[in-house]
Design a protein around this ligand. Sequence first.
Ligand SMILES: C[S@@+](CC[C@H](N)C(=O)[O-])C[C@H]1O[C@@H](n2cnc3c(N)ncnc32)[C@H](O)[C@@H]1O
Length: 287
Amino acid sequence: MQDFFYFCPSDSAEPTDPRPIRIRIYRMDVNRVYKEDCLTGLGRIPDGTVDLVFTDPPYYQNRAGNLTGLKNHKDVITEFKFDGFASEEDYLGFMEKVIRELYRVCKDGAAGYMWCGDDYVSFLNRIVEKAGFQFRKVIHWHKTNPFPAISTRKMFANSMEMCIHFSKGSPKTWNFKTVNEMHNFIESPICMGAERMKHETQKPLRVCIPYIEISSDPGDLVLDPFMGSGTTAVAAMMLGRKFIGFEKEDRYCDIIRERFGKYLEKHPETPEGGLPEVISGRSGPSK
Ligand SMILES: C[S@@+](CC[C@H](N)C(=O)[O-])C[C@H]1O[C@@H](n2cnc3c(N)ncnc32)[C@H](O)[C@@H]1O
């Protein structure tokens, strides 16, 4: 397992403190999903270590509670998750803390991709810039099999999701594909078939892999603070990248373990960076 180490002065050592600075060592392994709140976990990642952020945070799509009759369809469930935030301010405040941490842990030239819904895309763009990143473009995913529009709802089908592309300075990696593959638009059905795990908002690999390929190289470290069912981790392994990430829910961590098991059955060779694992965040730092 590959490690990285972080040396930082003790909190108690003020600049004027005559005592020698005590050194603490933090250690995190790559190819791991830590079961913990990402804000806690991100705090242990050293400055400037991540090559690419690829993430899909909670959307806080709170528009809707009156459609209980439709809740069996995956896409409707996605649309009407409240994600546990008390208010818009609460949600945006949380996202700002996360995005500022992402800026700190990214290398200069690292890129980021962050999925979001139409409600908050502009708010999140501004936060990305406030944190110091350059906003580059919004990518649009057209879901070809959304929950259909129902006449009585008087709303269009929710067939689009958005992904904000940003970078810390000028992107260091830009693996240009063909001109027609470099549009800020991608079409794919929602995740189905053998790939589908029991996670309500699982992204298909098809809408993740191209961007990881374009904005990172084999051996690079990809971070996802909101792992869900582990899509970013699987995509990273498929492409020879290393990953690190967080997921706070036990039930989703179990799904990630199951997914890693399935992946290793199909790809028995050890992935770049070592065998994937899901572990408790408390076993992350070693002093
Ligand atoms: C939109 S889902 C990600 C889905 C993922 N892209 C996939 O394909 O499976 C967001 C995930 O973030 C997790 N999450 C939400 N808040 C979190 C936090 N503060 N720390 C860690 N994970 C969190 C949720 O439990 C959820 O699984």
